[in-house]
Write a new protein. Structure first.
Length: 153
């Protein structure tokens, strides 16, 4: 099955096959702790991480920006900028702002287990660090149980 999505007026094909469900991308910029810009097939695409929310750090209303938001943004910049990542979408592929909604993997997993998620998925890693909070928005709930478990710890 092939889905064709339009990002900023450019059509992008995403293959939804069990053997090819990850999109290889290069992180070219970090907007804040939970939003990055990736180079995907020569297209710069904003990506909003699924399942997490970090405090504000670049809000136009400066009073809404927080120190913990700046730290989350700093961590994301240091760990992801100029890195190759693997993006995994869920049921809803984009949000109302046209951002790709994805789980961001630091390494392409050969198999999915709780241990692999804890070691290789950035969404999980920053949530576990305490610099992000749980934000579950159906229908994108593939890893909601794992995220809920660590947010209780």
């Amino acid at each position: 099955m092939i889905f064709v999505c339009t990002f900023y007026g450019i059509k992008y094909q995403e293959r939804q096959l069990s053997t090819d469900k990850f999109i290889t991308a290069k992180v070219v910029r970090v907007i804040d702790g939970d939003t990055i810009v990736c180079q995907v097939d020569n297209i710069q695409q904003p990506v909003r991480m699924i399942g997490i929310d970090t405090p504000e750090s670049v809000h136009p209303d400066k009073e809404k920006n927080t120190e913990s938001g700046k730290v989350a943004s700093y961590i994301t910049k240091n760990l992801l900028t100029n890195k190759i990542v693997w993006l995994e979408t869920d049921i809803q592929v984009t949000d109302k702002y046209g951002r790709l909604l994805a789980y961001v993997w630091l390494e392409k997993p050969e198999r999915i287990s709780d241990q692999v998620i804890a070691e290789k998925m950035y969404n999980y890693i920053i949530l576990k660090s305490g610099y992000a909070s749980l934000m579950t928005i159906p229908p994108n709930v593939k890893y909601a149980d794992q995220f809920k478990q660590i947010s209780k710890e």
